[in-house]
Design a protein around this ligand. Structure first.
Ligand SMILES: [Zn+2]
Length: 144
């Protein structure tokens, strides 16, 4: 579906994202949680929006969620994503519903994608030298 070996690689050494990439490599979805007030945050940032603390821990959450919204890409616009159409969604995590992660929705015809459907993460290796692991979202076994 995607040309995984052609997807541009972001700066994997960006200190705000290093634990995330380490997590996906181990097939874990890790997100930031404030060490002081416990607020989860995504995307990663230096300080907590709730209490402004810069103390942070990275925690693994279940890669399961509900489709909050999505779009279907009909024209190839980016390297590695030449095969259209495909769906890109905002996935609200089951464990932390206010955290919504963007990702490709796979294993389903884009015309069948529905807001509210249950999804589970799938970890896929990508990049010219397989240097990163992405998370894609696939319909969960129990449907919805
Ligand atoms: Zn906080």
């Amino acid at each position: 579906m995607f040309d995984l070996d052609q997807i541009p690689v972001p700066d994997l050494s960006d200190p705000n994202f290093v634990p995330f990439w380490e997590g996906t490599r181990e097939h874990k979805l890790k997100i930031q949680r404030c060490s002081d007030c416990g607020t989860y945050r995504w995307p990663p940032r230096i300080a907590c929006r709730s209490c402004r603390s810069t103390n942070v821990e990275w925690v693994a959450v279940e890669p399961r969620g509900t489709l909050y919204t999505y779009t279907v890409v009909g024209r190839p616009t980016a390297k590695g994503f030449s095969s259209v159409p495909y769906a890109v969604g905002f996935v609200a995590l089951d464990e932390v519903p206010h955290v919504r992660i963007i990702g490709n929705i796979v294993d389903i015809d884009p015309s069948a994608v529905k807001i509210g459907m249950a999804l589970e993460g799938r970890f896929v290796t990508a990049g010219p030298d397989e240097e990163m692991t992405l998370i894609h979202w696939s319909p969960a076994d129990n449907g919805a």
